[in-house]
Design a protein around this ligand. Structure first.
Ligand SMILES: [Zn+2]
Length: 433
């Protein structure tokens, strides 16, 4: 069996869209009737105004900033984001708060199960099956993704090993001790485990990991390939967030991501106007409406994820809309000396051409009237000193070609840059604030 839900995953696009419109109207009415945010926001729009998927473009997008404001209301701590009775809430989770005050997410048991089911699609598509024993190398804390991954793995019939409260060495020992053959992690932490294993004299390719699902950061294909080479395993990507849930995942064809339809209505909109749907092959902002979750409804949530729209066909046989590539976050796109710059391009260059670079950081600052962009790079300690200058020069040259910007490259001593387990923060724009 190739599909978690053969009926939905191979349904004709027109039929999927018909179902999504009907679900959308349902969640729209529910949100408007039960949450203070949407009571006000959708005041002037009636469900009968929404006859086609084109009609929903009249509805204003939901922005994270306004959600923070409504959260301040009663009932504590969810305020106007909650749709329903607070006594029905069984699951508290929250966003990481890296861009401001966290958003608190209230889910009822039913809504939480809906999230788990969406995740089952992601995992099954990435080839996870009951024979897998999956190691999750994190303490999950109040963050949603790894809890969802945990419960969905169990629903699939996999064994799950929670790897919190251990350091990286301890986790490597645990993977070997219980012979884990699956893992879910951020790309950064996957690289870090491999680096630590090598220091312990262990080839990460012998750890026995067959399949890895990455989460948490946009992953350039060069990073995915690097992880596959290091672990001798298959590595899959997916995209999602705390508010919308995981909404697209990679199948075994490893050619873009499938949107989990009809769980989500995903619009990919022109990034200047945020109104028109882009054509296949174009970059747009993903606007997501989760269609079956009622306690924490979102209507046209602006994810600020930039993606390239893909096809609706795939060698795997699924008929769902694909995303060709995740470009990054609109927040991370900056103008540096008048050039539009994405930090993901730097990562792509480093993972592809510079295996001797273990960690890096990009800093943009203003000196006088000039923007200065620097790359701080840490190279492998065993790299002969004589080769360091060569790496430095090659880095400057490759980055210039890839980004059209001249980087000030600084080689840092081993171990001096921070290592990340969850969301990596390798890009710092010091021109702000
Ligand atoms: Zn596919």
């Amino acid at each position: 069996m190739n599909y978690w839900n053969p009926y939905l995953e191979t349904m004709a696009q027109e039929e999927l869209k018909r179902i999504e419109l009907s679900y959308f109207r349902n969640i729209f009415s529910h949100a408007k009737a039960h949450s203070a945010l949407y009571r006000e926001k959708l005041r002037d729009i009636h469900p009968n105004d929404l006859r086609t998927l084109e009609d929903i473009k009249k509805i204003p997008l939901t922005e994270k900033e306004e959600m923070r404001k409504y959260q301040e209301m009663e009932p504590f701590p969810y305020g106007g984001l909650l749709a329903g009775d607070i006594s029905d809430v069984t699951t508290f989770r929250q966003t990481s708060g890296t861009t401001g005050k966290p958003i608190y997410v209230p889910e009822t048991y039913e809504s939480w199960q809906w999230r788990i089911e969406a995740w089952c699609h992601i995992l099954y598509m990435a080839g996870f099956r009951p024979r897998h024993r999956i190691f999750l190398p994190f303490g999950y804390n109040v963050y949603v993704a790894f809890w969802e991954a945990h419960y969905a793995s169990e629903k699939l019939g996999c064994e799950v090993i929670p790897g919190g409260a251990l350091d990286t060495k301890g986790r490597i020992h645990k993977i070997m001790e219980i012979r884990a053959n699956g893992m879910m992690n951020t790309p950064t932490y996957g690289l870090h485990i491999a680096e630590e294993a090598k220091k312990m004299g262990i080839d990460p390719g012998t750890l026995g990991i067959e399949r890895m699902l990455c989460a948490g950061e946009p992953m350039p294909s060069a990073t995915r390939t690097r992880l596959e080479e290091l672990y001798h395993c298959h590595v899959f990507d997916h995209i999602g967030g705390t508010e919308p849930c995981a909404w697209a995942g990679m199948c075994e064809a490893k050619d873009g991501l499938h949107i989990i339809e009809p769980f989500f209505l995903v619009e990919i909109l022109d990034r200047e106007t945020l109104q028109k749907e882009v054509a296949e092959g174009e970059i747009g902002v993903a606007v997501v409406t989760p269609l079956g979750r009622r306690s924490f409804p979102l209507v046209r949530f602006n994810t600020k994820d930039l993606v390239v729209k893909g096809k609706t066909s795939c060698s795997c046989g699924r008929t769902t809309q694909k995303i060709r590539e995740v470009v990054g976050r609109t927040d991370d796109l900056r103008k540096v000396r008048g050039v539009l710059f994405s930090p993901k391009t730097v990562e792509e260059v480093i993972r592809k051409e510079f295996q001797e670079v273990e960690e890096f950081e990009i800093i943009v600052e203003r000196r006088g009237l000039m923007d200065v962009i620097s790359l701080r790079a840490e190279v492998q300690p065993q790299l002969p000193v004589g080769l360091i200058e060569g790496t430095k020069a090659r880095l400057a040259e490759s980055l210039k070609i890839a980004t059209n910007l001249s980087f000030n490259v600084i080689i840092e001593p081993p171990g001096s840059l921070p290592r990340y387990t969850l969301k990596a923060k390798r890009f710092k724009d010091l021109r702000e604030g």
